[in-house]
Design a protein around this ligand. Structure first.
Ligand SMILES: [Zn+2]
Length: 166
């Protein structure tokens, strides 16, 4: 599954004149490894810090920016001013343009396209805007994650991150 996704990304980059360098591949693996949870550039940096495969924070930022431009990943703002990134679903059949993201545990849930259609229609007719693409990330908490006795796994804790095998 993961190697298949990496293969798709590699081809996608090649098509646009980029190479999937070992560093870029390593970052992709971290993102894929934690695809259930949006992670920040700092989180990714921490994964590589002090490890065999050292990577500068600037490199991580640059790479994430490039991946964003290529729609391999997209930015979600979990907390104000804190950018986190999550994999865009690159395989079209399971692509979700509209999803809920839990700010406590990072779980994602697809939203039915039918629910968003009326909004799409209104934007087109009332604002005179033809939508070509969109990504709707609705941040919040699932009921099971907002209860008092619930031990929240904070998204900002990078402890769940592990070093991918290269
Ligand atoms: Zn949750």
């Amino acid at each position: 599954m993961m190697s298949e996704q990496i293969h798709i990304i590699k081809r996608k980059m090649f098509d646009q004149g980029y190479k999937l360098t070992p560093q870029r591949a390593a970052i992709i693996r971290v993102l894929l490894d934690h695809s259930d949870i949006p992670i920040s550039a700092e989180d990714i940096f921490m994964v590589f810090k002090g490890k065999l495969h050292k990577m500068g924070l600037a490199t991580v930022y640059r790479t994430l920016e490039l991946f964003c431009e290529m729609n391999i990943i997209h930015k979600v703002n979990v907390e104000a001013g804190m950018a986190r990134y999550t994999m865009s679903n690159i395989q079209n059949d399971s692509y979700s343009h509209e999803q809920l993201i839990c700010t406590a545990c990072g779980r994602k849930k697809k939203v039915k396209v039918d629910w968003v259609k009326p909004l799409e229609k209104r934007i087109e007719s009332e604002l005179g805007f033809t939508i070509t693409d969109y990504q709707l990330d609705i941040m919040g908490l699932f009921t099971t994650c907002s209860g008092k006795g619930c031990i929240k796994k904070k998204v900002s804790t990078p402890s769940r991150l592990s070093v991918p095998s290269l």
